[in-house]
Each structure stands twice: as structure tokens, then as C-alpha cells.
Design a protein around this ligand. Sequence first.
Ligand SMILES: [Zn+2]
Length: 498
Amino acid sequence: MPVLIFYKHLKLYAWILSPFIAVVPASLFCVYLYHIPINYDVLVVIYNTNPAEAYEFARGYMWYFIIFLVFYLFFYIKLIERLPREVSLKVSLIMSMAGLALFCVLSLFNDQPATYAAKLKEGVTRSSFGGLTYSVSNLVKNIRIASRHKELVKDFKFNARQKQNVAGRQVYVLIIGESSRAKSWQILGYNRETSPNLAKKDSQLVKFDNVCSGGYITNLAVPLYLTRATPDNYDQHFHEKSIVAAFNEAGFKTYWLSNQSNFQDVAMLTEEASEKVYLPSDYTFTKNVHMDMKLLPLLKSVLANADQKSFIVLHTLGSHYRYSARYPEEYNFFRPSTKTNLVNPTDYTKSKYIINSYDNTIRYTDALISQVIDMIRQTDATSSVSYISDHGEDMFDDERRLSQHIHPVPSKYIAHVPLFVWLSPKYRSVFPDKVSNLKSHEHSPIGSQNIFFSLMDIGNITYPQIDSAKSITSPAFKGGVQRILGGGGKVYKYSDLK
Ligand SMILES: [Zn+2]
């Protein structure tokens, strides 16, 4: 369409377009692998990756891609050379009008229930030029606001306090899982033995089987559990502090022990902890691989501090792809797995290997949670261990053959996450009502916004005007709002997901 503006400088226009043209092969690559163009979330992943991870991921295609890219750019440059320097005003007018007409007609074929004006707008943001510009500007905006977070929340306070004095030591642990879907947990009904350890602790656990994550990727999901932001108002978490700060205010020592790369939105939360330790693991299995059990010695040393009141977050790498790098040989239970067979994560024909490896990561997580519970039990404190996964994972479940968690329209397998709560014998005797309320909500619909309020209430923490009916420990809890943030900032209703 802009040919009309550049009709005297056609070559200049072609050069201005060249950065967008250069990105097209990468976008095609993305469409080929995941059936989506490069969007905001793909850019977040690219922004947070490193050369080793990118190479691990792309090596099966690398040479085809490079050869294609070289030919493609060569062809484009040759075309620019052959382009006339200028065209007549009349020709440029016809070209631009034809472009505009085509764009308007194509928007008619958009079958979304929206006004025609909205469809035109979506046409701009979904076109490869418009979409890329929109995504890049969104990413820059988010990086900027995240970097200002400290200043934005410097005067923020919940005025949180504990509701009553609890005698003796208190330890509240939150384990944040990664890509662990509810459907693959034996104790939630899966027909494979993926959670033998927690199965043995079944009677001591409260297991929730109807929990919807708030976001389809880590850096959307985790802030939505730990702050008061909701999928419909995600930006709220830039302007507020999280549950970590609330525990600080209530006199707790707070710890963040992480085996995760520290994405911007999550990094903002970890900053609030009194102490933090990172074991930043690469997603590869070539170097810097820390398995989640390496968090246990850190937990042990934190418990040795003998703080009277502590809140400890363990942020695990759980079941993040590459699955076979998440667990050691002795947990290679389901075979054949990708531990010994290198396969591409999107290769449906190798799904048997991929699912076996994925299920092994769940077994490993099961062992981890179980060992954390045993360690906390030994403190003899009023304590709890809660486990929730950030989001689920696609595992070639239906004819869409989706894998990992990159598709911008979340599936029900991405949204449905496990939530388990273990409460110590002392906790059960001090707060029998909370325990029975939790138990009575095992099958209630729970959404991401309930997690903040529930963890607060498990820790017996309140603040003025707290909406305690959002807590699953409350007798007033009537079920939560189950919505999930997908790609491009779109929010989906859990019950609508396929
Ligand atoms: Zn994640």
C-alpha cells in the first residue's frame, strides 16, 4: 500500500522493508514447527534464550534453514537490483488502491465474531509486518515497565499481619512446578504409576482436581498465582507487590530458591525475598544442568537457620522440555525414553519416547515433593507444603498433535494443573477448620486468583479489606473464576478450551 508514498524511490522502499523480509524465514520456521507466526510470546522466548539452548532446539533444521535463508536473501537483493528506480504516479496509485482493496476484502473472510472495524485492526496486527512491529513494541514496553517495577512499588504496602499468634515455629513452603499437567498425575487419576511416593502419602494430602492456570507460559502464570493480578488485568502485577512481600510484612523470613531462569516478570517477585539462591539451569542437557533435587540441600540449610517464621518458595524446572535432562538415570522408569533416543520434541511419530520421558519427569517431581514434605515434617513446626504447576503441557493428546506449551490458544491440557497441599500434624491440630474447608473444596473450580488468597490464609495472614472468600480455606469459598491468558494477551474461559 505505501507504494504511493515511495513511487519516486522504489528501491529505498524495498530496503526499508528488508528487515521485515529478513525475518520471514524465521517466521515460516515457526509456522512449520508450531503452526503459529512469530508473536509476542515467541519473542519473549527468543529474548530469554541463549545460543546453546537455541542450538539444541534447532540443530535438526539448522542447515536447511541457513541454506534457505542465504538463497532467500540473495533472491531479494537481486529483485531490488532489478526494480525500476521509480514508477508513474498513476501506476503507484493503482498498486496502492489494489493493495488496500485486497486487504479490505480479505478482512471480510475473518470469521471471528467482531465488528468489521475490529477485523481490519486485527488484520494489521496479524500481518507479518504489523504483527512483528506490534510484538516488538509490546516486548520493549514490558521490559521497560518491568525495569521500573521497583520504583513503581516502593510505597506499596498490604499492611499484612498474622491473624493470631501461633506458638512455636512456622514453616510454609510453596513449590512452583513447571509444565506439569494434571492429566499426567497418577494421584489425580492417570493410569500410569507417575506418583508412587505421594500415593503413599495420600491420606495426608489435599488434592485439588479442578484447577485452571492463569497463563500458558511461565512468566504469565507465576505472577498470576503470587499477586492479586488476574488474567484480565495482568498489568496489575507491575504496580503491586506479591505474596512474598505480604509474608515479609507479617514478620516472616522469606526465601526464594530457584532452579529456573529468571524471566523479567518472575524476577520482580524473587527480588522481594529476604534471601534468594539461584541454580539457573540451562534447558539443554549439555551443560549447566541442575536437576531439581539440588534444591534440597539449599532447603536443608535454610531450615537449619531455625527462623521462627519462614516462607520458602522452591521454583523448579520440573517438566520443562528437554524432558530427559530433568531426571537422572535411576528415574528413567518408563522406557524407551528420549534419555537414549534423540528425538525432536514436535515429532508425533516419536510420541511414545516423548511421553515416556515426560512421565519420568513427573515421577521425579513426585519424589521431590515427597522429600520436601519429609524434611518439613521433621521440623515439627506448624507447617504446610503446597505444590502447584505454572501451567500444563501438550502431549499429542488429540488430532491437533500439539506438543510442549507454545501454541497461543491454550488447550485444556495446558490449563489444567495439579495443586496439592500437605499440612503438618501440628497445623492440623491448630487449624482444624482450615483443613476441613480445604478438604471440602477438593473438586471445586479453582482459578489462578485463588492461589494468592489461599496461600495467605494457609499462612494465617490477613490485611485490611482482604477478600477472604477467594481463599479455598474459607467456608465462604464458592468456586473461583477459571480463565487463562493465552498468546497475544487474549484471555480464554477454561470451559471453552478443547
Ligand atoms: Zn512454565
